[in-house]
Design a protein. Sequence first.
Length: 278
Amino acid sequence: MFYIGCHLSKKKGMLIMAEAAASIGAKAIQFFTRNPRGGHEKAIDPRDLQRFNVFTKEHGIKYLLAYAPYTLEPASADTKQHDFAAMVMAEDLAQLEAIPGQGYLLRPGSALDITAEEAMKNLATTINETITPTQSTTVLLYTMPGSGTQICSQFEELAQVIEQVNLKDKVGVCLDASAVWAAGYDIVNDLDGVLAQFDKTIGLDKLLAVQLNDCKEACGAHADRHARIGEGAIGFEALSALTNHPALKEKPFYLEEPLDTLSVYSEDILRFTEAYQG
């Protein structure tokens, strides 16, 4: 089964978001848990959530990727930033238990006035403080492009963080195509090699989601600027090869476009589905 979907908004409600996904043939949904710049989390209406769960089951929408606000700094040594990140993560994870067995996407952040080693240790500490043995949600670390002082742009750093997490079965990785390309992993000319390196360093069993996006910049530029899929430096053919790679069979793929309209995503889903050879 080919599970492809896209980033949608839950602003008008969970059911309406699911209906939008079904209207374009999406089998996976990515959404922000709250305003991407942070802020208060709005409680999900239990009736809306119940209808959402029924609807997604009926329409074969199997995977959800809840995106934490990208302004969080879970690796920070600053007490205020650490506490805020931990609070947001704990609130989000508690709400997500109403949608069992899904993913929670977390950007690792940056080494702000500390070493990368210290930042990775802080990140693992924040995760250890917020995950629980009984939760069904898996925290997925995002592959960063390596801009400035960002951590976890290299597979070795992601592995180092995971090694420091106590409940390792509660963490995984989401591979962002544009970000890994920006970080220097040539998924266009050496996809097999990149995935083999991931497997050796982290383990493909930890690769639980893939974000499909194109990049305006060259490989290794450390700038994750999205282009319309097929018009960037990665290109549709390379992204299609990613969806067709046997190592990623049955993994969910989430489209991200600069112009994220339903018509654009509908076209993308059709293109990738037609090119899928599984």
